[in-house]
Design a protein around this ligand. Structure first.
Ligand code: NAD
Length: 459
């Protein structure tokens, strides 16, 4: 059987299974989430090993950014699922007296989850939790660039679920393309903005609803009143975790001219504290995923002037945490998302310059603002559009199931995590239950009804 035929067969089997109605039952969903929980716990050591093989992630980083975050998401969803899945009553309009309005969440059907390589475990399993919770069947297409993690996802899912319910299809762009041609009911894509456009075009052919979790250049703004040592530690953490290969990593620094030097000093200290004097020798420092990305990133090292780091080890695909000063917007490093451990530094005198510069570019996935001045906070938050972010921190907004996580404009559409995942993978069906006890005649043709309707409806 060709890959196309087997994909077609798989989708058809999942659609049939969905139509049987089994996945709609809330007890079934809870049972499956429980099975997933048991499987995740059992695989913990193997996950750490696979992440180390594919990306040289340390145990600490793997637990916090891939395993722990998924546990937290799963526990939160399991705790609240009964409540979210119930039909809920809404208010009745004056024109609808006697009736009852309700919202019934219902699963879409068969959903496709396409995930990237940078957090290959979290970004495949976290959407799956939402898909299962909402009562769908699911197919995961993990990244071909992280073969150990993808193989582990395949074996875990195979051991836990039947193919007709949850399946994994491994492969690269060709496999994705075949999957995207299928009569799916929802597509959840995490990856680059360019491929996001390809996915959206494919989805449009069959009018399949989608979520796009994309990337972009996320600014990190440090205003003159920020507590510099603390800001430096939090920025260095956000930028160099996973060697900068984080969708919401601060992409570039916009620092008030007056505090640039002290901030740089604290950032250098934090880099040394976290990764040692020779990060290339640190066995726990993340590596670049592929030679292609390593070469792309190395080319940026000649931009501006080097203030810290800059050394590489091509044989191990390592690049030191690097700070680049004297950067201008026209340099190659400022064109696209960097997605690596290279941090360009730009300065500003007036906040308005920052706002204009950021607003002149595609809407970023994240924005980080370091200031204690509530007026500055209000101004930036109200005048700049971006997916989400933090005031006085980095990355942490995505690590809570209470906040919706997603982009806007070129950084994506839709959101997930916690209740928002459940809602993303559910269609909200509106139902009006009408009374048969009486029947107002004003809706029917005739002048009398029109008069009353005008009185009731005119603003
Ligand atoms: P990518 O877009 O190259 O690939 C993502 C997935 O799409 C992979 O599974 C890949 O096999 C598949 N794919 C590749 N070409 C395809 C095609 N022509 N048609 C259909 N599918 C195709 O992204 P990547 O390099 O794996 O990940 C890095 C990007 O993902 C960065 O831009 C980053 O910002 C973004 N990202 C976003 C988030 C988020 O939550 N918003 C999270 C992580 C990464």
């Amino acid at each position: 059987m060709s890959i196309n035929d087997s994909i077609e067969q798989l989708v058809s089997d999942q659609r049939r299974f969905f139509k049987s109605g089994v996945t709609r039952d809330i007890h079934f969903r809870m049972e499956q989430l429980n099975k997933l929980k048991t499987a995740l716990i059992a695989k913990e050591d193997e996950i750490i090993k696979a992440l180390q093989q594919d990306l040289n992630k340390s145990e600490q980083e793997s637990f916090t950014t891939e395993i722990g975050i998924v546990y937290k998401e799963l526990s939160y969803v399991m705790k609240n699922l009964h409540k979210w899945a119930k039909p809920r009553r809404v208010k009745t309009a004056l024109t609808h007296i006697g009736s009852r309005g309700e919202i019934h969440p219902e699963p879409y059907g068969t959903v496709l989850i396409i995930s990237p390589w940078n957090y290959p475990w979290q970004l495949a399993i976290s959407p799956l939790i939402g898909a299962i919770a909402a009562g769908n069947t699911a197919i995961i297409k993990p990244s071909e660039l992280t073969p150990s993690v993808s193989a582990l996802i395949t074996s875990m899912i195979k051991d836990t679920f039947s193919d007709q319910y949850v399946a994994v299809v491994e492969g690269g762009p060709d496999t994705s393309t075949s999957l995207l041609k299928q009569p799916l009911d929802y597509i959840f894509f995490t990856g680059s903005t360019n491929i996001g456009k390809v996915v959206m075009q494919a989805a449009a052919k069959n009018l399949i609803p989608i979520t796009l979790e994309l990337g972009g250049k996320s600014p990190c703004i440090v205003h003159k009143d920020a507590p510099l040592k603390l800001a430096a530690r939090r920025i260095v953490f956000g930028k160099f975790t996973n060697a900068g290969q984080t969708c919401v990593a601060p992409d570039y620094l916009l620092v008030h001219e007056s505090i640039k030097e002290p901030l740089l000093k604290h950032m250098k200290e934090a880099i040394t504290e976290f990764y040692g004097d020779s990060p290339l020798m640190n066995s726990e420092y993340g590596r670049i995923v592929s030679e292609k990305h390593f070469l792309r990133l190395s080319n940026f090292l000649s931009n501006g002037s080097l203030r810290h780091g800059g050394k590489c080890d091509a044989s191990k695909l390592l690049i030191e945490p690097t700070l680049l000063d004297d950067i201008t917007w026209e340099m190659p490093v400022m064109e696209d998302e960097i997605f690596g451990p290279i941090f360009p530094i730009l300065t500003y005198d007036h906040l308005d310059e920052v706002i204009t510069s950021v607003n002149n570019r595609p809407k970023p996935l994240a924005l980080y603002l370091f200031t204690q001045d509530s007026q500055v906070q209000r101004k930036v938050l109200s005048e700049v559009s971006f997916g989400g972010g933090c005031v006085n921190d980095t990355l942490m907004h995505l690590a809570t199931p209470h906040l919706p996580f997603g982009g806007v404009g070129e950084s994506g559409m839709g959101s997930y995590h916690g209740k928002h995942s459940f809602e993303t993978f559910s269609h909200m069906k509106s139902i009006l239950r009408q009374t048969n006890k009486f029947d107002f005649s004003f809706r029917y043709p005739g002048k009398e009804g029109l008069k009353l309707l005008r009185r009731l409806m005119k603003p």
